[in-house]
Structures are given as structure tokens and as C-alpha cells.
Design a protein around this ligand. Structure first.
Ligand code: U2P
Length: 261
């Protein structure tokens, strides 16, 4: 049997080999292994905005009649097949100039629906969560498919436009309403028929809060993981109620943006 001192270099060599192997298999900066697939997570403003208690200029729920009425982008997430995901893979210098041509589209289709979302990665705070959180938390883990800030945002917007979930649901008869519930299976089937893969639906109580579309690394549709859904059999797709109209909450407070962070 090899002596203890002979085992030390052996262990070291083994560890080096493992590290090299992980590298060959695509480890990414920060030590997390390469992701398996993408999820495009879309949020439903009708559900999220009705929970709004605070307004600030960056909260799209507070734009009155200009508030979003279609699914908006929550994020493009690199995910693992085991249901976990990598996050915050590298420190980035977010540079708004790099995406200046996309800002109008981002404000419209990828707005924050909250006040007070700060970056969760390296204890930095972001003025606009969609930029800071998305690129730092998820964008930096999207390598080697997506390697820079501009590519991350333009890719996400392009995929979002290609599969218009709001339109798919409307054409199948699933329109926003505060008086009806729809079978969850019907909503899933409508998306499957058009997207050719199974989405994930996330609910807040009975209301649809998010729909996630999943993709292989070449952005061909694939099934999302079939983990149990948070939705009941019949779900609602609440219509957006403009702040200030008679049905909306009367106790919504406007707070300055710097306090919102
Ligand atoms: O679902 C709650 C939060 O967990 C993060 N998440 C979830 C699923 C997944 O596949 N990937 C992922 O990152 C999201 O965190 P956020 O990006 O909002 O900080 C999601 O909101």
C-alpha cells in the first residue's frame, strides 16, 4: 500500500485532473459549470401590479394608462437540468452606452414592475434592476453562448418578439379579465401548439404571474422542467387596473427612487 507521503502528490494530481476536466467541459468564470439550457421568463403585469403598494419613477406599474398590458420580460436565465442555476458568475462593469440603442425597447418590454430591486450579486445597488440584476446575475453565466452585455439584451429581446405569448393566448381566447378563470391545461396547450414545447407556469395564488419558455443553447424550443406547478387547475389572467382608477388601491405611496433602492 502507498505510504501517506506518497498519497499527497497523488491526491494533488487527481485534483488537478478533475479541475482540468471541468475546464474542458466548460467551466465558467467564478467556478460555476456551464449551464444546460435557457429559460425566458415572462411576467404578467396584471398580477404583479395589483400587488403594488409603492410607486417610484422606475416602476412601470405606475405609468397609468401607459402601464404594460402584455407579458413583459423578467429575464433570460441560464439554467441547469437538475432544477438549479448558476448566478453572479463574474463582476461586470455595466455600461449603459453599450445598449443605448436598446433602451426604448427595454423600458417598454423589460421594465421593472417594482420599486426597490437592488442587485443581489456583489452587494452593489442598481438604478434600474433590469440592467443591473439581469446582466450581472444571469448574463454573466450565459457564457459561452452569450458573451457581452449588448448580445445578452438583444438576444433576449429578439427571442421575446419571436414567441409572443400574449398574442398566442389572446388568439386562443385567453384574454385578460377579472371575472373569469381559465383551465391551466388550456393555457399550457395553447402555448404548446404554437411554441411546440411545454412552458412552465408560475402563479401567485390563483393568478398567472409568470410564464417561462425554455430553449436549447441554439434557441430551439425545448420543454421546461416538468417540476410541480404553483398553479391551481383553474387560473386567472387579471386585467391591468390603472393606478388611480376606482378599483385600484388607494394606499399606494410614491417614494423617491433613491429610497426605493
Ligand atoms: O423564482 C424566484 C427567483 O429565482 C430566480 N430563478 C428562478 C428560476 C430559474 O430558473 N432561475 C432563476 O434565476 C429568479 O431570481 P431573479 O432573477 O428575479 O433575481 C426568480 O425571480
Amino acid at each position: 500500500m502507498a505510504s501517506f507521503s506518497a498519497q499527497i502528490p497523488l491526491c494533488f494530481a487527481l485534483m488537478m485532473a478533475i479541475c482540468l476536466l471541468i475546464g474542458v467541459n466548460g467551466s465558467i468564470e467564478g467556478g460555476q459549470r456551464e449551464f444546460d439550457y435557457f429559460a425566458l421568463s415572462l411576467q404578467w403585469p396584471g398580477t404583479i401590479c395589483r400587488q403594488t403598494r409603492h410607486c417610484c419613477s422606475s416602476n412601470a406599474c405606475c405609468r397609468g394608462s401607459n402601464s404594460p398590458t402584455e407579458f413583459t420580460i423578467h429575464g433570460l436565465w441560464p439554467d441547469y437540468n437538475d432544477g438549479t442555476w448558476p448566478a453572479c458568475c463574474a463582476r461586470t462593469q455595466f455600461d449603459v452606452k453599450e445598449i443605448s440603442t436598446l433602451l426604448d425597447a427595454l423600458e417598454k418590454y423589460w421594465p421593472s414592475l417594482y420599486c426597490g430591486k437592488s442587485s443581489t450579486c456583489f452587494s452593489g445597488k442598481g438604478l434600474f434592476w433590469a440592467h443591473e440584476v439581469a446582466i450581472e446575475k444571469h448574463g454573466t453565466c450565459s457564457s459561452p453562448v452569450i458573451r457581452d452585455e449588448y448580445s445578452y439584451f438583444i438576444t433576449t429581446i429578439n427571442v421575446y418578439f419571436k414567441y409572443n405569448v400574449t398574442k398566442i393566448l389572446n388568439e386562443a381566447g385567453y384574454v385578460p379579465t377579472n371575472s373569469e378563470r381559465y383551465p391551466l391545461g388550456g393555457i399550457v396547450s395553447a402555448i404548446e401548439n404554437s411554441f411546440r414545447a411545454t412552458p412552465e407556469v408560475v402563479c401567485s395564488k390563483e393568478a398567472v404571474e409568470e410564464i417561462r419558455l425554455c430553449f436549447y443553447k441554439d434557441f430551439k424550443p425545448r420543454n421546461c422542467l416538468g417540476s410541480k406547478t404553483s398553479c391551481p387547475k383553474y387560473v386567472s389572467l387579471p386585467a391591468y387596473v390603472s393606478m388611480g382608477s376606482e378599483e385600484s388601491e388607494s394606499d399606494i405611496a410614491w417614494i423617491p427612487d433613491d429610497e426605493a433602492l
